[in-house]
Design a protein around this ligand. Structure first.
Ligand code: 5GP
Length: 353
């Protein structure tokens, strides 16, 4: 584990609310319990439960969203999540989150994202680099007393949303490009919603130059998987339930796959870890990026995910190093950031023996 921790890493698939610390969520629940708004012991037991099906996860997200409704809390969990990733030596983080409205606390999708951005600024443990190239230059031009982490945001469209709501999210992402928003994600309960609902928003995002990643094939849905692959997103997440013809299309497409081992195992979207499609993707030299998905919910971190890949699929340190560095090619930030990250990897060049 120590070697995997020291390895510089790139995280491209992490949901903000799924990455919140359990201790913070329990603390927030306890506060609501004291006010008599929830039954704290019951909520605590749900928050700390180990194994969860995919359906239970989505119920849990609804519960977490009840705990993280106001701007200050969003800012706090963002700060903590970035510090936690940085502690695992993540040097580039693409954090995704679903902008939410909540009239009762005056929250709009825009103010939600602003609260997330305030979280980036609140980070103390490391120096966050985000936003426009000018911002990058400003930070990199100063003497840095702390390790750095690049943080970029993806705005998620929830599959429960309408076409109009999805377009609103894309518009917001376009407005916030200079603040570090680099792309759009489609996520949420895969049993809910229809691909065609989201196509207009995703086409708009593409037309305007935002990058796109889709949760694809978490449950069997051949028509949707085919349509998603035909859309040619810049990346997909999961790709667990693909039939043979879809699998062939994926391999031909070279679309990078964000692989989330613990998440897939815990939610049983993949029955046994040893049979995970990571092995065939890796053998086919298909681009893959090891990611966490929801480290808070699945009690994991990116270091553990690398170690797990090593143990389950017999990867050597040099293979892990290759995977970590190669992930830089699949980030949504521009070429300049890619070049800066490559320099960090080259300088770190950990001895693989
Ligand atoms: P948030 O967007 O609120 O920061 O993070 C939690 C949300 O991310 C969930 O409500 C859900 O929409 C999405 N999400 C998190 N993990 C998964 C996953 O494994 N699969 C899918 N499809 N969506 C997820």
């Amino acid at each position: 584990l120590a070697w995997c921790r020291a390895l510089p890493k790139v995280e491209l698939h992490a949901h903000l609310n799924g990455s919140a610390r359990s201790s913070t969520l329990v603390e927030l629940a306890s506060g609501l319990g004291e006010k008599g708004l929830i039954n704290f012991p019951e909520v605590q037991a749900i928050l700390l439960k180990g194994d969860r099906s995919l359906a239970e996860c989505f119920k849990l997200f609804d519960l977490i969203h009840l705990l993280t409704t106001d701007h200050n809390i969003i800012t706090r969990i963002t700060k903590e999540v970035i510090e936690d990733f940085a502690a695992e030596n993540v040097i580039y983080l693409e954090l995704r989150t679903t902008p939410k409205c909540n009239a009762s606390v005056g929250m709009t999708k825009r103010s939600y994202v602003e609260a997330v951005l305030a979280g980036l600024k609140a980070v103390e443990a490391v120096q966050v680099i985000s936003g426009s190239q000018e911002n990058h230059k400003k930070v990199l031009g100063t003497t840095l007393s702390r390790p750095i982490i690049y943080v970029q945001l993806l705005l998620s469209i929830d599959r429960r949303e309408s076409t109009e709501a999805a377009i609103d999210t894309v518009q917001l992402a376009l407005d916030m490009r200079n603040c570090g928003v680099v792309g759009i994600d489609l996520s949420g309960n895969p049993w809910v919603g229809d691909w065609n609902t989201f196509v207009p928003a995703l086409k708009l995002a593409r037309e305007k130059g935002l990058r796109i990643t889709l949760h694809c094939g978490e449950v069997p849905n051949p028509t949707e998987v085919q349509n998603m692959l035909l859309f040619q997103p810049e990346r997909i997440g999961h790709a667990c339930c693909l039939e043979e013809s879809e699998w062939t299309s994926l391999l031909h497409s070279s679309i990078p796959v964000e692989v989330c081992l613990t998440s897939n195992m815990r939610t049983e979207t993949v029955p046994v870890l040893q049979d995970h499609h990571f092995a065939s993707l890796y053998k086919s030299k298909h681009p893959i990026v090891i990611c966490t998905d929801d480290p808070g919910i699945f009690a994991t971190d990116i270091t553990r995910e690398y170690a797990l890949a090593a143990v389950c699929f017999g990867l050597k340190k040099a293979n892990l190093q290759f995977l970590a560095q190669n992930a830089v090619r699949h980030i949504f930030a521009d070429d300049k950031v890619q070049a800066e990250l490559q320099k960090i990897f080259d300088a770190a060049a950990i001895n693989p023996h």
